[in-house]
Design a protein around this ligand. Structure first.
Ligand SMILES: Nc1nc2c(ncn2[C@@H]2O[C@H](COP(=O)(O)OP(=O)(O)OP(=O)(O)O)[C@@H](O)[C@H]2O)c(=O)[nH]1
Ligand SMILES: [Mg+2]
Length: 418
């Protein structure tokens, strides 16, 4: 998400290898684009350990996969770097006044409710204004871009809370804060908000010195609640995009501004990454998800023209100066560090780590932090969840109960009545 014309669709296309409309003017994207990005799991694929366990008994015929022996049903694994799918939504640009329906405002804001985390793309080159129109250099700043965006989201949430707050809060007054929290959950559940978010909101209102009559809370107090709910519902990270367009001095200033926000940020060049993703799909270069953009290899058999070669080398030069490893690195950190998502490998055979068709470690499933063995069963199939008896941790051989929290890279056999 972000203001118009910053490179959201370019980043989306680079990450998902999906062609979408990209153009140098505002509101190119109207309806959201939805696609899958493949990101490496934070730990090596369990097929490394499986290879050791199987020892001499398997031939490593998969030299082309640098030792990976798993057989992913979807995605791939190379050099024990297993890729898992993450759904991305590229939304319309947001302009000031969006919460009142300006631009594609309400459409954008309701798209948010489907998300676990937000990545804001900002234009660090400073050549577009808040509406995405070209302008003289430096009339916008990353900080300004970020602040207006969260203001819009907060105002939108405030508007939602305002509707019926006074009457609803009065109705539940005899139930104290517990009832007030339940009432708040009702108001935000349609947006994907839950109890944890509502509690943060109400606590923030209380500590701001709001009086003891929630039904009288004014718009300022509701805005405090909205802001806390937003923070609790959506971690925000920032792609400091178009970093290729400015020299390092200007970039440092822009990044120093972002540093003050206390959010995760990374300088990116979505345009460069899109070129690399396309060149890789065309077989010109080898560039795997998780590689730093500057570390691509030109395929010897691809007969690149001189201008193509030079363009690729310019990209290498530009991206090698940027801190971090680009968009996939940013996305991985959001998923596995900020959201603490975990990965589990469900299997049918405890010893061979295979499914019923003898495929080795066929699935690597991404689950929200705190997911249990039963949650994994449900993620595989509803019947497996409904009939859950117990599970086995295939690495340790121990029995795992339904409510045991999974750890990163667990290999799990589920015993079920069905
Ligand atoms: N130099 C440079 N240009 C970029 C970069 N990323 C995107 N662009 C260009 O910026 C323009 C806008 O890109 P889009 O991806 O369409 O931007 P958007 O944020 O999706 O725009 P809307 O859908 O209109 O909100 C296009 O001309 C892109 O080629 C980048 O990293 N560097
Ligand atoms: Mg777009």
């Amino acid at each position: 998400m972000g203001k118009p014309n910053v490179g959201k669709s370019t980043a989306f296309s680079a990450l998902t290898a999906t062609p979408v409309d990209i153009a140098d003017y505002p509101f190119t994207t109207i309806d959201p684009n939805v696609g899958i990005a493949w990101i490496p799991t934070p730990e090596l694929c369990r097929c490394k350990e499986l290879a050791t366990r199987l020892g001499e008994r398997i031939e490593i015929k998969e030299e082309s996969r640098a030792g990976s022996i798993c057989q992913p049903r979807t995605g791939s694994c190379f050099n024990h770097r297993r890729l898992v799918p993450i759904t991305l939504i590229d939304v319309a640009g947001l302009v000031p006044g969006a919460h009142e329906g300006r631009g594609r405002g309400n459409q954008f804001l309701s798209d948010l409710s489907r998300c676990d985390a937000l990545i804001q793309v900002v234009d660090v080159s400073g050549t577009t204004d808040l509406e995405g129109n070209h302008t003289v250099e430096s009339c916008s700043s990353p900080l300004l871009e970020h602040n207006f965006l969260i203001d819009e989201i907060d105002l939108w949430l405030t508007g939602i809370l305002k509707e019926g707050w006074s009457r609803g809060a009065r109705r539940v007054q005899s139930g104290g804060d517990r009832a007030l929290i339940d009432f708040t959950v009702q108001m935000i559940s349609g947006l994907g908000g839950g109890e944890k978010d509502a509690i943060s909101g109400i606590q923030a209102a209380r500590s701001s010195g709001a009086d003891n009559q929630p039904w009288n809370w004014d718009e300022d107090t509701l805005r405090i609640i909205a802001s806390e709910i937003r923070k609790s519902m959506f971690p925000i990270a920032i792609a400091a995009n178009k970093a290729d367009r400015i020299d390092s001095g200007y970039l440092e200033v822009a990044l120093a501004e972002l540093e003050t926000l206390n959010l995760r940020y990374m300088p990116t060049s979505a345009e460069a990454e899109l070129t690399l993703s396309r060149a890789s799909n065309a077989g010109m270069i080898t560039y795997r998800p998780g590689d730093a953009p500057s570390r691509f290899l030109v395929n010897p058999e691809s007969a690149l023209s001189k201008p193509q070669e030079e363009a690729l080398e310019r990209i290498r030069e530009k991206t090698s100066t940027l801190e971090g490893d680009g968009l996939i690195d940013l996305l991985s950190k959001v998923v596995f560090e900020d959201l603490s998502m975990t990965v589990a490998y469900p299997v049918a055979d405890e010893g061979k780590w295979t499914d019923a068709e003898d495929r080795k470690l066929p699935d690597a499933i991404v689950l929200p932090s705190g997911s249990t063995a039963r949650d994994l069963a449900y993620a595989v199939h509803t019947d497996l969840g409904d009939g859950f008896i117990r599970a086995t941790n295939c690495v340790t051989g121990r029995t795992v109960g339904a409510d045991t929290e999974l750890m990163m890279s667990d290999v799990i056999r589920i015993h079920s009545r069905t």
